[in-house]
Design a protein around this ligand. Sequence first.
Ligand code: CMP
Length: 139
Amino acid sequence: MANNITFTMIKPDAVRANNIGPILSMMTEAGFRIKAMKYTHLNKDTAGKFYEVHKERPFYGELVDFMSSGPIVAAILEKDNAVEDFRKLIGSTNPAEADEGTIRKQYATSIGENAVHGSDSDENAKIEGDFFFNNLEVF
Ligand code: CMP
C-alpha cells in the first residue's frame, strides 16, 4: 500500500529551538507510527539535491542555506491516508495561514523557517524516504 506512508523532516529552526520532543509527540499522538528515523545534518549539496524540484524557484538558494544550517530529524511515518492526514497535521506552508492546533501554527516562524516538512504525494513520500533510508533502516 503506497498511501500509508509519508516522509517528514523536523527542520533546523525547530531543532535549534529544542522542539524535537514536542513535535514528535504531536505526530505520534495523531496516530503516526515511526517506521524510520535519523538525526543528521544536510550539507548544501544534499539539501540542494533533496529540494531539486524547487531549483528554478526564487527562494531555492535561501531554502538550501537554511536546510543545511543545522541538524534535522528525518523520518518515515505510517498511518492510513498518511500524506493527506500529515499535511493537515502540519498546516499551511506559511505559518501565518496555518490552522490552530497544527504543528506549523505552534512552532513555525515564517514561510522559509517552517519547522517541518511533509511529502506532498505518495510518489514523493517514497522518493524522499529512499533519499535518507535504506531497507535495513525501515521497520
Ligand atoms: P517544504 O514543505 O519543506 O517544501 C518546500 C519548502 O520551500 C517549503 O517547505 C518552505 O520552507 C520553502 N518555501 C516555500 N515558499 C517559500 C518562499 N516564498 N520563501 C522561502 N521559502 C519558501
